[in-house]
Write a protein that binds this ligand. Structure first.
Ligand code: ADP
Ligand code: UDP
Length: 237
C-alpha cells in the first residue's frame, strides 16, 4: 500500500488517498478543537493516543460484528481505513444528560436517560452542526430510510458493546458521536471513536476523562485520555 495525495485536512485529522481506490490513510494530528473550531490548540501526543485508542475500540466493535472502516494501524499516528462515501450527519447516543442536551432542555447534568436517546446533527461547521430530525435526513436525501434505520441500529449496538468496555474500567459512557458512510452499498462505521468524540466519567468520582477537560479548560487532557486507555487495556507504546 502506498500513501498518495492529501485529500482533506479536517480539524483533527488529515486524509490521504492510497494506490487502492477503496482505501485511505487517516493521519491523527495533535490539533484539538472545540466550539466548531473556535478554540484550537496543539496537544502533545494526542494524535498518537487517539490513533491507538481508536484502533483498539474499532477492533472491539468489529469483534462484536459491527462493520467498521478500520483496517490496521500503520504507524503511531496513521491508520489504513476503507474509503467511505460519508453520510453528512452525526449520530449521537446519550446514556446520561450532558453538553448541548443540558443547555437545550435545561435538565440536570448527569441525569440518567432510560432508555438512551438518539439524536442527529448535520455535519456543517458554518452552521454550528445544527440538530436535525429523521425527516430532514430523508427529505434532503442525506440518507434513505433503510440507511437511517441501520445507522440507528448500529449506534445502539455500539452503545451496548462500549458501555461494557468502559464499565470494566470503572467508567460511565455518558454520550458519544458516530459518523457512518457507505462502502459498496453497505453502511459502515467511519471516522473515529476516541475521548475527543465521547464523554466518559469516572464511576465513583464522576471526574471527566474526555474532551470536556479541553472545552472547560480543566487541564490534563491527553493524560486523561491515556488514563482511559490504560484502564481498558489500550497499549500506547
Ligand atoms: P472534521 O471534518 O470534522 O474537521 P476530522 O479532522 O476528523 O473532522 O477529519 C476527518 C474527515 O474524514 C471527516 O470529515 C470525516 O467525515 C472523514 N472520514 C472519516 N472516515 C472516513 C472514511 N473512512 N472515508 C472517507 N472519509 C472519512
Ligand atoms: N460530539 C462530537 N463532535 C461534534 C459534536 C459532538 O464528537 O461535532 C460529541 C461530543 O464530544 C459528545 C457528544 O457528541 O460526546 C454529544 O455532544 P453535544 O451534543 O452534547 O455537544 P457539545 O456540547 O459537546 O458540543
Amino acid at each position: 500500500m502506498e500513501k498518495r495525495d492529501l485529500l482533506y485536512t479536517g480539524k483533527a485529522k488529515s486524509v490521504y488517498a492510497t494506490d487502492d481506490a477503496d482505501r485511505l490513510v487517516i493521519l491523527f494530528r495533535n490539533d484539538t478543537s472545540a466550539f466548531d473550531g473556535k478554540k484550537v490548540e496543539q496537544l502533545e501526543r494526542k494524535g498518537m493516543v487517539n490513533n491507538k485508542f481508536n484502533a483498539f475500540i474499532m477492533d472491539k466493535l468489529a469483534a462484536a460484528g459491527i462493520p467498521v472502516h478500520q483496517e490496521k494501524l500503520l504507524s503511531d499516528t496513521e491508520s489504513l481505513v476503507k474509503r467511505l462515501t460519508m453520510i453528512p450527519v452525526e449520530c449521537v447516543v446519550r446514556n446520561f444528560a450532558a453538553g448541548s442536551l443540558v443547555k437545550r432542555l435545561g435538565v440536570e447534568e448527569g441525569k440518567e436517560l432510560n432508555p438512551p436517546t438518539f439524536e442527529l446533527f448535520l455535519k456543517n461547521d458554518a452552521l454550528g452542526d445544527p440538530m436535525v430530525n429523521e425527516y430532514h435526513v430523508r427529505s434532503f436525501g442525506w440518507a434513505t430510510d433503510d440507511q437511517l434505520a441501520r445507522m440507528k441500529e448500529l449506534s445502539f449496538q455500539v452503545n451496548e458493546v462500549l458501555k461494557g468496555v468502559f464499565d470494566a474500567g470503572n467508567m460511565l459512557l455518558v454520550d458519544f458521536k458516530l459518523e457512518f458512510g457507505l462502502f459498496h452499498g453497505e453502511i459502515v462505521l467511519g471516522d473515529e471513536f476516541s475521548p475527543d468524540g465521547c464523554r466518559l466519567w469516572d464511576k465513583d468520582t464522576r471526574k471527566k476523562l474526555d474532551k470536556d477537560r479541553f472545552r472547560q479548560g480543566l487541564g490534563g487532557v491527553v493524560e486523561a485520555y491515556e488514563e482511559v486507555g490504560h484502564r481498558i487495556g489500550v497499549k500506547f507504546d
